[in-house]
Design a protein around this ligand. Structure first.
Ligand code: ZN
Length: 479
């Protein structure tokens, strides 16, 4: 298995020309003799993120993203990590896995969320991955191979993508393997890194208020699962061999600290079913939830009905989706939940009833302020309903708060498009690509903005400044 990974990664690195020649991207240069700077780590991470996003398996679901970000932030706060700024993102992949990329990016397969029996189990894996980043494990592996003259930062990013997408944080192993680092040294590295990530991750788990016993429990279940499904071991096991030693280490670290089962949040219970439904796809998900509800096989009745409602929605059966959602609300209780209101608005919007969607989502946005999904849903519905002034006011407020949120710029572009304001539309679409670090697409949009008739002077100078910024990125960096 390992030799296949090595071959694939090598082939990728050799085949991919330096990114700066192929596209208008910043010249990332080569790994210097001094090792990686923080800036270089960030650039490796951003390059890897571009490649993962382009592969199409990253999911843009605002609720799953918010769930992972809240969990991740709780962990990094507990660990008192202020640098780098972490980004937690979901990938639609049923294998049980998570991986860290230099620069603070942590990818989480939906399979990990789906297979976890409790929220703290997901947290235990995230805490482990956060530790890989804070302890500079991947950066240290890369530094160990600075003797390879042909290895550019872009090549390293490609190796990480090849390693992580299929094989979890074997990324580290793949990187080490593509270098002159001796096999023994690589094994020493990865073994000690895994131990260190376990140890520090567990401390973080404890401090953050998640169940510290979850790590050992999860390891144990993965190992059992591994024995049952010989040829279909979870990816996390292939990249993180769970030995008896790892389980007992985790148990020993618990020591006498009191075992406390932390109750699962409604967010986790709902997002686990949303992830599961997305993995199945609409039709199959509907059958799964019908069957489990009939047989009363579930951990949370409300979450199971939500799963059915969302599955119908995915399958474009909007009336059954609405009915299942009413059932969910009845089971969940009178308080409702932002996720249930978001689905209600989404169903009405999909049915073409945008004014009803606006009503649901604007009321919910007041009740559950701070929900990004509700904000996006409301903006989409207002644009669809032709309420351009309200949408513009909402966007202005939101952009003042979340200036780095790419999704908001995409909605601004849509709004201006509907209003026939082409120059602003291309400017906003350019700002969207800029947030994703997709520089060539951003440039294209900014140039299109300049070519529109009757230019607005202020917009024009703003766009020209952006073009100069991007072009200055293209200059080789002085060492
Ligand atoms: Zn690890």
């Amino acid at each position: 298995m390992r030799s296949k990974i090595i071959a694939a990664s090598l082939a990728l690195i050799m085949a991919i020309p330096p990114v700066s020649y192929a596209e208008k991207l910043p010249d990332m240069g080569d790994v210097s003799q001094q090792g990686l700077s923080k800036q270089q780590e960030r650039e490796i991470g951003e390059s890897a993120m571009r490649q993962i996003r382009r592969s199409g398996i990253m999911i843009e679901d605002p609720e799953i993203i918010a769930f992972l970000s809240a969990m991740g932030n709780r962990l990094t706060d507990a660990a008192e990590v202020y640098e780098p700024q972490f980004t937690f993102f979901p990938l639609l992949d049923s294998s049980v896995n998570a991986f860290a990329i230099p620069g603070g990016f942590v990818g989480v397969h939906t399979g990990l969320i789906v297979q976890a029996q409790h929220e703290s189990e997901v947290a235990s894996v995230l805490a482990h991955e956060v530790a890989h980043v804070t302890q500079n494990h991947i950066a240290r592996l890369i530094e160990g191979m600075k003797a390879s003259p042909w290895l550019s930062l872009a090549g390293i990013a490609a190796a990480i993508v090849a390693g992580s997408m299929g094989r979890g944080d074997a990324a580290a192993a793949a990187i080490a393997a593509t270098t002159a680092v001796s096999v023994q040294r690589q094994l020493d590295y990865t073994y000690s890194f895994e131990q260190e990530a376990d140890r520090i991750g567990m401390q973080t788990l404890q401090k953050s208020g998640y169940d510290p016993a979850a790590m050992a429990v999860f390891f144990e279940r993965l190992q059992k699962h591994n024995r049952i499904v010989e040829n279909n071991a979870p990816e996390y096991l292939r990249t993180h061999p769970v030995t008896m030693k790892r389980i007992s280490d985790a148990q020993n670290r618990l020591g006498d600290s009191k075992y406390r089962q932390v109750p699962d949040s409604a967010e986790f219970l709902f997002m686990r079913e949303k992830s599961r439904a997305l993995q199945f796809g609409g039709r199959e998900a509907v059958s799964y939830y019908q069957k489990t509800i009939n047989e009363k096989r579930y951990a949370s009745e409300a979450a199971q009905h939500y799963g059915l409602a969302f599955a119908y929605y995915l399958n474009r059966e909007y009336e059954p989706a609405w009915q299942a959602l009413q059932k969910t609300k009845a089971v969940f209780g009178t308080k409702s939940h932002p996720t249930l209101e978001y689905l209600a608005g989404s169903i009405r919007l999909a049915q073409g009833n945008s004014s009803e969607a606006v009503k649901i989502l604007s009321e919910a946005s007041v009740r559950f302020s701070g929900s990004r999904a509700l904000l996006y849903g409301l903006l989409d519905s207002q644009i669809e309903a032709g309420m351009y002034e309200q949408a513009k006011a909402g966007l202005d407020d939101a952009l003042a708060m979340y200036a780095s949120d790419a999704q908001l710029y995409q909605r601004a572009a849509k709004l201006y498009g509907k209003q026939g304001k082409a120059m602003l539309q291309h400017q906003m679409q350019g700002e969207y690509y800029l947030r994703l670090k997709e520089y060539s697409s951003a440039l294209e949009q900014f140039n299109l903005a300049l070519r529109q008739p009757n230019p607005d002077f202020y917009v024009q100078s703003g766009v020209e400044a952006r073009i100069r910024e991007i072009e200055s990125l293209d200059q080789p960096k002085k060492k």
